[in-house]
Design a protein around this ligand. Structure first.
Ligand SMILES: [Zn+2]
Length: 163
């Protein structure tokens, strides 16, 4: 799946034209800046600037230039290099012993129902045991490397979404 903020803006625009995603989803999930009479054209320059600004605010201290990353790693997360896990996008070392790289990432927790509502997707809220997304970002380039879905009150993540 990869980080949605690395999706080619032209493909986001095609998804909009095809009706595969809503305008709200394009904005909220893919960081797209929309333009045009029908609001279905993606402003490529403004979209990358918006994505970089949003990620910079989320991963403080990162040098965010998502549009400058090599496109061939868009669907990647981490890789092993000389016995250590490194970010596949910027090669930052995330572990020295081959395990536990998630602990070196910047974590962000989102309420899943709120995210879906912002993307104009119908979802029934649970009264108890809210479902959250636990996102793990590279501390250097701010690419989202992994996402877990966690059910409140359960100790360990139950679903592995990305990465
Ligand atoms: Zn990185």
């Amino acid at each position: 799946m990869g980080d949605p903020f690395l999706r080619d803006p032209a493909l986001v625009e095609q998804d909009l034209i095809d009706g595969a995603i809503s305008r709200d989803a394009a904005k909220q999930l893919y960081g797209a800046v929309l333009t045009g009479a029908n609001g279905t054209e993606v402003d490529v320059t403004a979209t990358w600037a918006n994505r970089n600004a949003l990620r910079s605010a989320l991963v403080v201290g990162a040098k965010v230039a998502l549009d400058q990353l090599p496109s061939e790693t868009a669907l990647a997360d981490v890789r092993m290099a000389s016995g250590a896990w490194v970010c596949a996008h910027c090669n930052t070392s995330l572990s020295t012993n081959g395990v536990g790289w998630v602990e070196k990432t910047e974590s962000n927790i989102r309420d899943l129902a709120t995210l879906y509502e912002a993307a104009d997707t119908a979802i029934r809220r649970r009264n108890a045991n809210a479902v959250t997304l636990v996102e793990h970002y590279c501390p250097t380039c701010a690419v989202c490397l992994k996402v877990h879905v966690r059910v409140e009150s359960e100790a360990t993540p139950v679903y592995h979404l990305q990465g």
